[in-house]
Each structure stands twice: as structure tokens, then as C-alpha cells.
Design a protein around this ligand. Structure first.
Ligand code: GDP
Ligand code: MG
Length: 273
């Protein structure tokens, strides 16, 4: 991380956004682990960070548990809203509270340990990239997760390759790193709120000409149960078809300054409220 110079403005060096839906059993422990990891890989070396937890309308004690951790750490901020909207909505909402040059998305279950963020930052700087995404199909990745999910992930990868010709080997992995300005430009264009959010985001990042690099990851499945339901897969399929329609037929993602500035203004007003 030799090239990441601590910021001299009041901006933090890194914001990490953690979407959380019904995670009361693990959120306390995992936020502690994340804070600890970032202290070691960033703070120790003079870099600053913030952890933004977004409670995505949980119906359990996720919000309370997250607040309990934040009371003991100046680096953790917890935000929430009432109605569950999906991981994409949570990440988009969390970004409104970010104040850092680099922004990371990571899942609350810590299948992907936050220690890996330092490699992501190195990848970004060495490759002069704007976005670094973790890929389960990178030759150096070490992955340990259920076979049913491997099959699903392989099928989805083929489908998206066929439809979008993206030269990316995995759009869906939870760990991603962005330059702040990329998200500022791209997020207002994103309409998907659930799992196809990742695909829509990356399609837009590519369409707008930002550079993406794939990084290896170490993934260790942590959950006792697979939470992905048949209904989620149905939504993923429908949303993917909608992205195809918007990209190829409606040309919705092409440059539309009016649309973009209107959305920015709307988002700004909703944060101020
Ligand atoms: N399943 C689910 N996860 C959500 C939702 N909103 C936010 N999340 C968070 O999104 C991340 C990934 O969810 P997870 O269930 O682990 O998905 P998986 O890793 O693809 O099986 C976790 O941090 C969740 O807490 C939601 O509506 N449903
Ligand atoms: Mg998970």
C-alpha cells in the first residue's frame, strides 16, 4: 500500500459500507472484527477509515446490535430505514453518508474477510484502476462455498457473458472497491435494488469508460443456511432481463446529463431531510 498517501483534507481514506438485513446473530461480532482488521491494515499505517452499517429494514435486533458496537468505536456509523429494500438499495443509501476517497462494499457475514481490502487497494494502484472487484474465478482465488451455489454462480456467469459480453469473470462477489467519484457518477443511474444491482453497477461502470480490475479473493462460507430463496432467483432473472432491455434496447444508460443531475439533486434532498 506504499502508494496510498494519507489524505490531507478532512476526507477519510476509506469508507466501508456494510449492508445488513436480519443479521442480529452476527453483526456485533463481525463489526468488531471489521473494525479490528481496518485498524491493523489502515490506521496503524496512518490512514483513516469509517465503517457505515446500513440496516436494510431488518425485522430483528440488527439495528440495536450495530448501535451497541458503534457506541464503542468512533469509526462506526449506523444508519437505517424501515422497509426492507434489498442489498442494492442498502449500498446506495449508505453511499450518501460516505466521506472518503475510496469506498468498499463488503457483506455482513464476512465470507470475505476485510483483511483482503489492503490487496484490493494495491491492485487498484498497481493497475491504475478505478474499480477493483473480487472474482471467485480468478486463478489465485481460494474459495470454499456450497456446490449448489457454485452451480448457480456458474450459470449466472454464462448468462451474463452471453447477454452483455462483459469481459469480467464474476460480477456477484460481495467485496468491491471503488474510487469515490465512480460511485458518485454511477449510483444515480442504478435502478435495481436487489441482487442484480452488482451487474447493473458494473455494466454502467464499463459503459461510462471507467477501468475495472479483477482481484483474487479468499472466500470462506460462514452461514449455517443458504439464504438465497427461489423467489430471489426469480427476481435476479427478471432484473437481469430489465438491465438488458435498458442497455441494448432503450439505451437508457447512455449519456443523459439531465437524468443524471436530476437524480443527484433528488438524492441530495433526501439525505438532508
Ligand atoms: N438476503 C438479503 N441480504 C440483504 C438484504 N439487504 C441487505 N442484505 C445484506 O446483503 C449481504 C449479502 O446477503 P447474503 O444473504 O449473505 O447473500 P449471499 O452471500 O449471496 O448468500 C449481507 O450483508 C446481507 O445482510 C436483503 O434484503 N436480503
Ligand atoms: Mg453471504
Amino acid at each position: 500500500m506504499g502508494h496510498l498517501r494519507p489524505d490531507t483534507t478532512d476526507k477519510k481514506d476509506l469508507s466501508i459500507i456494510i449492508p445488513a438485513f436480519n443479521e442480529e446473530k452476527i453483526i456485533y461480532k463481525n463489526l468488531g472484527k471489521t473494525d479490528e482488521a481496518l485498524k491493523n491494515i489502515l490506521q496503524k499505517h496512518g490512514y483513516t477509515y469509517e465503517i457505515i452499517v446500513v440496516d436494510d429494514g431488518s425485522t430483528d435486533n440488527t439495528y440495536k446490535e450495530a448501535l451497541n458496537v458503534s457506541e464503542n468505536s468512533v469509526n462506526i456509523k449506523v444508519v437505517n430505514y424501515k422497509k426492507n429494500g434489498g442489498k442494492g438499495k442498502a449500498l446506495k443509501y449508505g453511499f450518501k453518508y460516505c466521506n472518503a476517497r475510496y469506498v468498499t462494499f463488503i457483506d455482513a457475514d464476512l465470507d470475505l474477510h476485510p483483511n483482503q481490502i489492503s490487496h484490493f487497494i494495491e491492485y487498484m494502484e498497481e493497475n491504475n484502476a478505478d474499480v477493483v472487484i473480487g472474482s471467485k474465478r480468478h486463478p489465485l482465488s481460494i474459495i470454499n462455498y456450497p456446490t449448489s451455489r457454485k452451480v448457480l454462480s456458474g450459470g449466472y456467469h454464462l448468462l451474463t457473458r452471453l447477454l452483455f459480453h462483459l469481459d469480467l469473470s464474476d460480477t456477484q462477489t460481495g467485496l468491491k472497491l471503488f474510487k469515490n467519484e465512480v460511485l458518485k457518477e454511477i449510483l444515480p443511474r442504478i435502478l435495481c435494488k436487489k441482487y442484480a444491482f452488482d451487474l447493473e453497477l458494473l455494466v454502467n461502470v464499463k459503459t461510462r469508460g471507467w477501468k475495472i480490475t479483477e482481484a483474487p479473493i479468499e472466500l470462506n462460507w460462514q452461514r449455517a443456511n443458504n439464504r438465497l430463496k427461489l423467489q430471489d432467483m426469480w427476481h435476479l432473472g427478471l432484473d437481469t432481463a430489465a438491465i438488458f432491455y435498458r442497455l441494448k434496447i432503450k439505451k437508457h444508460y447512455q449519456d443523459r446529463q439531465y437524468f443524471y443531475h436530476f437524480k443527484l439533486l433528488k438524492d441530495y434532498i433526501s439525505v438532508k431531510k
